[in-house]
Design a protein around this ligand. Sequence first.
Ligand code: ATP
Ligand code: MG
Length: 442
Amino acid sequence: MMTLPQEVKKFINKFRAKKFDIYVVGGAVRNLLLKKSVTNWDFTTSARPEEILKLFPNAYYNNTYGTVSIPVEDLIYEVTPYRREGEYKDFRHPNDVVWAKTIEEDLRRRDFTINAMAYDAKTIVDPHNGQVDLNNKSIRAVGNPDKRFCEDALRLIRAVRFASQLGFMIEEKTRAAIQNNAALIANISWERIRDEFLKIIESEYPSEGVVFLKNVGLLSHILPEVDICFMIPQKSPKRHHIYDVGTHLIQSLKSCPSKDSITRFATLIHDVGKAETFRRDEKTGLITFYNHEVAGTKLAKIIADRFRLSNKQKEKLVRLVQFHQFTVSEIQTDRAIKRFIRNVGAEYLNDIIDLRYGDRIGSGARPTSWRFDLFRKRLAEVQKQPFQIKDLKIDGNDVIKMLELKPGPKIGEVLKKIFDEVENKKLKNERKILLEEIKKFA
Ligand code: ATP
Ligand code: MG
């Protein structure tokens, strides 16, 4: 017996009072049974949209899915009248929403057994044995898996998403059907693929999810750049790598401590430029990937566009890939470290450190490295250093040249005055602007 929050019970009673049947359904029931918190309350009911709208004056209706949204406290409850599978013509959405008469019909159209349970505060309706699959940690299609994936190919990747989020296995026949129908994913919009893919990347088991995508033939459709990396070896004399590039990317993702989806995405693709820069020396057998981060930067842009990432997400993904090869050498100057910070962008520093940590561990390195730790300390220290005259984008030589001066105290005075202006934010520290400023001292 599962207890529902007071507001949910009150909500259900409003429908009952008008003799409508109503059930909590989908992810909410799944999470209740798993004793996880529920943030999305989805319901299904015998009431029709007009009837629901009459009960809740603040409700609004989306007629593409037949769902009525009702704000309750800080949440929005989604109520969808019983539906059945409409006719799918293009492996995508049904051409129209078709109402059903019973809860059983509604559950039959749902994707996986663990998502096809309903609860009315008294009994669990579970005609497809979702509870058994939940206990067995198994993702199983409702009904004939081949048919279900043909109806809607998004389900191919949703299966992997739920497996990654829950740490479940995909049941054998369902798995075989995913493999058979993988090519149908081409019918699905990139926005919908992106949403599911980012959920896999953000999940508890992102690397297992990506490996599964590869093994069933979905990765070659959605991320061919990573898929081909499994054919690129990198074990060669004098190199520390033990894995092929693809396996290294998977291991990096697995070891990346960040929970941020874009940082994890960047970690997964950071070496994709290695496929096209691979060279093996005939004599020595030595493998090199010169400028792979340049090739990788181009690919990261293509990938970001394909996944319809926002401008902000794209910028982050690209920067992380572009600068992932940074040196952590202890002999570099503060100036060099500052340049690195400027290139990556201070806001992404922790992310690129997380990527690099994953990269290191994902190549089989030990978790601790004094050099890496020292570099992190210096990053923090350098950022604490106040802004100094030597951080200006101009220097004494510029003053000498532009004002045709001989070396002497005047040069320092000019720099100091310009420095004060920049520090007081009256001037931007941009070379072009500061060169103009020098002229004023002529
Ligand atoms: P989450 O907690 O991630 O929201 P969820 O199970 O609620 O998980 P949703 O994508 O919100 O997942 O979908 C809600 C429910 O609608 C699912 O549990 C499932 O029953 C049904 N559903 C969603 N998408 C599909 C689909 N493509 N095919 C069949 N049923 C679907
Ligand atoms: Mg949901």
